[in-house]
Design a protein around this ligand. Structure first.
Ligand SMILES: [Zn+2]
Length: 327
């Protein structure tokens, strides 16, 4: 996905991210007595079946036949797991490719007596599902974005039996995360030159119409989490408080060696950025590590994705969310 760029200009980027790292509780404190359970339901092998099926479709850039096939697959799997689905359609004008129709895929649980799409949820759990468009290279995006798409589908199944927890979530599959050309540092909603993050920017823009106290509080993004060795680094332009809580969760599961905070100044341009613009506290699970060598190349194939890495990320993410983000 991402702009995987570690920006030297992190200070400048921070200046435009007023929403991130809201003070709430001191780092390292948890919010209470919830005993996490959903994480034990998460199976990396089951997620891998979805990754394989999605990657077998071939390239899935925004506006392609491939991405429409992946939409149908994602929607079918979510419905099988008991989730309600809604497409958020929009059109963008892009550099090189002109106008492209895109669609974010939203999933929520039905809560009797409440409207599914206007009731409040606490947390957005997100992945992009488009793959980067190339003129000549055949790019199937197994790790970027296949792995996190599979993770989110398995997260849907793992949380479905836990009614309170699943009702607190919206699962969000972003279209258009990838830049057509290259990422540039976004300077807000009015920056029409910015390429990439089309789906998350559109979603955040729509969210501005919702009263602030009814918006989700947390935006948790998963991206490129299937490689080995797994080295999740929480970018510096995400919440320090949430990063500390997620690392606490990894300690509890004996996965701590796979999770760390990125060095100071190592910001990342990814789908969490527009969510932070609308006041959400954000975190991004992303593991570039040695995969950096294959990132955005034709070598990002299914052999670069490991069920164990998806499972470690999924279980840690679920433990962290169930324990800390339900209120
Ligand atoms: Zn990418």
């Amino acid at each position: 996905m991402k702009a995987k760029a570690f920006l030297p200009l992190a200070a400048a980027l921070f200046a435009i991210l007023p929403g991130c790292d809201k003070p709430a509780k001191p780092p390292g404190t948890t919010q209470g007595a919830i005993k996490p359970t959903a994480y034990t339901n998460f199976s990396g092998d089951r997620a891998m079946e979805d990754v394989k099926a999605i990657v077998a479709i071939g390239p899935r850039p925004s506006g392609s036949e491939g991405i429409e096939k992946s939409r149908v697959y994602i929607e079918q799997k979510l419905k099988e797991a008991g989730w309600e689905m809604k497409r958020q359609d929009f059109e963008v004008d892009t550099i090189l490719r002109g106008k492209i129709k895109m669609s974010n895929l939203r999933a929520r649980f039905l809560v009797p007596g409440k409207d599914t799409w206007t009731r409040s949820v606490t947390t957005l759990a997100c992945s992009h599902y488009d793959t980067k468009w190339f003129q000549t290279t055949v790019f199937v995006g197994a790790n970027d974005a296949g792995s996190s798409t599979g993770l989110l589908l398995e997260l849907a199944r793992a949380t479905a039996p836990l009614k309170d927890f699943s009702a607190s979530l919206e699962l969000l599959f972003f279209d258009g995360e990838e830049a057509i050309t290259g990422f540039t540092a976004p300077v807000g909603f009015s920056d029409t030159r910015f390429d990439g993050l089309y789906g998350s920017r559109h979603y955040a823009k729509e969210l501005r119409k919702v009263p602030e106290n009814q918006r989700p509080k947390y935006g948790i993004v998963f991206d490129i989490i299937g490689g080995e060795p797994l080295e999740v680094e929480f970018p510096d332009n995400t919440s320090k408080r949430l990063s500390a809580l997620a690392r606490e969760a990894s300690d509890a599961l004996n996965f701590s060696k796979h999770f760390r905070a990125a060095p100071a100044g190592a910001a990342m341009i990814d789908d969490h950025v527009p969510l932070s613009w609308v006041g959400m506290e954000v975190l991004n699970f992303i593991s570039l590590g040695p995969f950096r060598e294959y990132w955005h190349t034709s070598a990002d194939t299914i052999d670069k994705v490991f069920p164990k890495s998806i499972e470690i990320t999924g279980r840690t993410g679920l433990y962290f969310m169930e324990r800390n983000l339900q209120q």
